[in-house]
Design a protein around this ligand. Structure first.
Ligand SMILES: *[C@@H]1O[C@H](CO)[C@@H](O)[C@H](O)[C@H]1NC(C)=O
Ligand SMILES: *[C@@H]1O[C@H](CO)[C@@H](O)[C@H](O)[C@H]1NC(C)=O
Ligand SMILES: *[C@@H]1O[C@H](CO)[C@@H](O)[C@H](O)[C@H]1NC(C)=O
Length: 334
């Protein structure tokens, strides 16, 4: 399914036949590497498209080896995005329009600490569902939403469920969400609250494209009682919420370098910190500190082979890439 989606989208999105860039011809070794990467990711290209893909791949390969020989808190590596340009990635996976982050009113009242030095909901019990894959649809916000609610239900004593992202893609438009074009977890929690529930993954399977709403009330299995919005830029409140309450949905700005993340603590000088620039939603499931650098432990929705088994660490305490611009979590009804 992934492979066919991929071909469909690339075919639909590339403007005309790709230009073949004049550059040093690839060595046999480089070509072999690209071929094994292609088969690993089950990708195939026409003779027309192949040279541009190879070119992108070799450029990523060079960027990665340059980065990894430098002194950084994180390492880069090849992954499913390595033959794409960032423009393509933006159109296929990220929000292309700013979402209403700054309009979200904060209602979270923070205490004064102290907070435990580290936390990881994955190690506390069965509270975090396996990493999922959004495919080529800007639906990250639906995965951030289901992830937070799945955990909330489990922490409140329920079972660890798997909830239906596709319902949010298809049905949550009245709350300023836009299917594959973006949305916000806080707005999706509001939708689930007023809609009186969300169905399970099995009953409403993920398709990774916009569709007609097929919600069936009698099949709803998880419910939202209330939504907690964390005050704009209050990263300390996010720490408190993750320490004492629940994994927290947040948004941040993804830039080119993030796509090549492999492991370690991501930190960037190319991203912004303002709410209008955030373009991807994810789920903070914990935090910690290594060699004096504090970090968040974050669940992504790009499959289990991206990053560290589908997770990444990002520097904490600096509003890195605007990560404190738009954070929220649900209070489940159980
Ligand atoms: C690497 O960077 C860190 C933090 O900027 C610095 O403290 C350290 O001395 C650097 N190490 C080397 C080998 O340059
Ligand atoms: C939380 O944010 C959502 C959407 O961003 C908004 O609709 C809701 O009113 C906010 N909740 C509170 C209690 O302010
Ligand atoms: C932001 O909120 C306004 C007012 O509710 C709405 O008209 C607009 O479509 C929203 N923008 C997005 C991207 O959801």
């Amino acid at each position: 399914m992934w492979a066919s989606l991929w071909l469909l989208c690339v075919g639909a999105l590339l403007p005309g036949p790709p230009a073949c860039h004049a550059s040093t011809p690839a060595s046999t070794r480089e070509t072999l590497h690209f071929k094994s990467w292609l088969s690993q990711h089950q990708k195939q290209y026409s003779a027309e498209e192949y040279p541009q893909r190879l070119h992108n791949f070799l450029r990523a390969r060079r960027t990665i080896s340059r980065h990894n020989s430098g002194n950084h808190t994180f390492q880069m590596g090849l992954n499913q995005f390595s033959d794409m340009t960032f423009d393509e990635i933006r159109r296929m996976y990220l929000w292309t329009q700013p979402q209403n982050c700054s309009a979200t009113r904060g209602n979270y009242v923070r205490g004064t600490g102290p907070y435990p030095p580290s936390m990881d909901w994955r190690k506390k019990g069965k509270f975090v569902s396996p990493v999922k894959n959004q495919g080529s649809c800007g639906s990250c916000w639906t995965f951030s939403t289901t992830g937070a609610l799945e955990s909330a239900v489990a922490i409140a004593g329920g079972k660890l469920l798997s909830l239906a992202e596709q319902q949010l893609v298809d049905c949550a438009q009245a709350f300023n969400n836009h299917g594959c074009q973006g949305g916000l977890p806080s707005q999706a929690f509001e939708y689930i609250h007023y809609n009186k529930g969300i169905m399970g993954e099995d009953a409403y399977p993920y398709r990774g494209q916009d569709g007609r709403c097929k919600f069936q009330p009698e099949k709803a299995i998880a419910f939202v009682n209330d939504v907690v919005n964390i005050t704009l830029n209050d990263e300390e409140a996010m720490v408190e919420a993750v320490a004492f309450h629940n994994p927290v949905s947040f948004a941040f700005e993804v830039t080119d370098d993030f796509m090549m993340y492999r492991k370690g603590i991501y930190s960037s000088t190319s991203c912004h910190k303002t709410p209008d620039k955030v373009n991807h939603a994810v789920l903070a499931v914990g935090y910690g500190e290594k060699d004096g650098v504090p970090y968040w432990i974050v669940k992504n929705s790009w499959g289990p082979y991206w990053g560290m088994n589908g997770y990444f660490l990002i520097e904490r305490g600096k509003n890195m890439c605007g990560l404190a611009a738009c954070a929220s979590y649900p209070i489940p009804q159980v």
